[in-house]
Write a protein that binds this ligand. Structure first.
Ligand code: ATP
Ligand code: PH2
Length: 421
């Protein structure tokens, strides 16, 4: 009894290449899901197949479980959902499994099929299956499942499921604990979820005082894949100058807020800015989002890139026009330089189109690292400061007249459409 071919989908990475897969089929458990009273009372067999889409190269190159998903833990988590808190629909069971699997930062997409071979159907049938595909742009309609041991036997006569869950739960995967001090603003870890290895990669790390370079070279790549042990403050810079830019940025804020592991705390005013660098192109709309995340830095990058992709981002030339750009300006106090991720963003300190909206939403903000300092002061001296034409405060709820029906292609003259703050 396995997931049939038509329900299995290829998932692509951000460059459009097919991801690798871990397939686990026929996970079987006694569960109590169903609409009918006898299903809730007597229970029946449920079976799940899971295909996890991820990049397995790093794990293979190092022959290290810490860089992939432990299929033993995967099986246990899926079985815990099957035998856990009863719900009416196998659709809900499938969403819970998908949410739980996607809570691991290494996973980019997941296919889940939930079978109910003994379903109360009054005609002869072979099987009934709900099959879903979820990724970071089509997120599961459920929270990750957090199973916890039952403290005392339930007084009811019905058999006690092997585990129970509390919903909703904090969508933070129980991660390998990063050496304390490596991530700022961390609070208590959430239970449950996957670890990415037997002990977690963090055991190799020393605590790093905030404001110092975290680690150089090889180990940095590991640290950037490690989930923090609690929410971390992050600053994201959004920009767009192709298509309906204001709508895209507004949708992107919604997408960020809906991403498990990201909590949007504040959104800046919207800035209209002349393009910096690249070919001649139309003005940008820029904004800054203050958020907290329980995602590892690289998982956060994947999430922001997935949102860029979902809004039609294409990469043709450096600093070319774009439907949506989301840069990670800051991730707690982490300083890191790797091939795919630099923290803080290496050009944030010299970009008024980032600094001005950031200073507007957080006047006391300070950018750490090389070239850093108080954000307001950096904004006042940034080379492109004269290119910030105006800031609109209420852009999330109101169509800005100068922007609506305008893809950003209208060259704004000095003081044009000013809504200065
Ligand atoms: N802090 C960061 N935030 C986002 N992307 C980053 C960061 N550090 C490094 N990168 C890498 O930069 C790559 C190029 O990103 P992107 O195409 O959005 O650049 P850009 O927006 O054109 O230029 P810029 O980086 O100057 O803003 C990404 O694939 C990502 O791996
Ligand atoms: N005004 C403006 N200029 C840019 C922007 C941007 O968001 N706004 N983004 C760039 C690459 O990220 C390059 N240039």
């Amino acid at each position: 009894m396995t997931m049939n071919d038509e329900s299995r989908q290829d998932a692509l990475d951000t460059s459009g290449r097919r991801l690798d897969q871990i397939r686990l089929t026929g996970i079987t458990a006694l569960g109590y899901h169903g609409v009918f009273e006898h299903e809730r009372r007597d229970g029946q067999t449920f079976v799940a197949d899971v295909v996890v889409h991820l990049d397995t190269r790093r794990a293979a190159a190092r022959d290290d479980l810490a860089h992939t998903l432990n299929y033993g833990e995967l099986a246990e988590q899926v079985a815990a959902v099957l035998s856990g808190e009863p719900v009416d629909l196998i659709e809900t069971v499938a969403e819970r499994i998908a949410a739980t699997v996607l809570a691991s930062g290494v996973v980019q997409a997941v296919d889940v099929a939930v079978h109910k071979p003994n379903a109360p159907i009054q005609v002869p049938f072979g099987d009934v299956v709900v099959a879903i595909h979820r990724d970071r742009s089509k997120l599961p309609a459920a929270e990750p499942y957090v199973a916890r041991p039952v403290a005392e036997p339930e007084p009811s006569s019905r058999p006690v499921p092997t585990s129970t869950a509390t919903f909703p739960v904090t969508p933070a995967p129980g991660a390998p604990v990063v050496a304390s001090g490596a991530w700022s603003d961390a609070v208590a870890p959430a239970p449950g979820g996957f670890s990415q290895g037997p002990d977690g990669p963090s055991t190799e790390l020393e605590p790093v005082p905030a404001g110092e370079a975290l680690v150089v070279g090889e180990v940095v790549t590991d640290v950037l894949d490690v989930e923090p042990d609690g929410p971390v403050e992050v600053v994201l810079a959004l920009g767009a100058n192709l298509g309906p830019a204001q709508d895209t940025l507004r949708d992107a804020v919604t997408d960020l807020a809906r991403t498990p592991g990201i909590e949007v705390r504040d959104v800046s005013a919207l800035a209209r800015t002349s393009a910096v660098g690249g070919p001649e192109q139309s003005d940008y709309l820029n904004a800054v989002v203050l958020a907290q995340t329980t995602l590892a830095p690289r998982a956060l990058l994947r999430a922001t890139q997935a949102i860029e992709q979902a809004h039609g981002r294409e990469r043709h030339e450096r600093w070319g026009p774009r439907t949506l750009d989301i840069d990670i300006v800051l991730y707690g106090s982490v300083l890191a330089v790797t091939d795919d991720l630099e923290l803080p963003h290496p050009r944030a300190h010299e970009r008024a189109f980032v600094l001005q909206p950031w200073a507007q939403v957080d006047p006391d903000a300070v950018l750490p690292g090389l070239g850093g300092g108080p954000v307001g002061a950096l904004a006042a001296t940034a080379p492109d400061r004269d290119g910030v034409r105006w800031l609109a405060l209420d852009w999330l709820t109101t169509a800005i007249p100068a922007v609506s029906g305008d893809t950003g292609a209208v060259p704004a003259g000095p003081g044009a459409e000013a809504q200065d703050t």
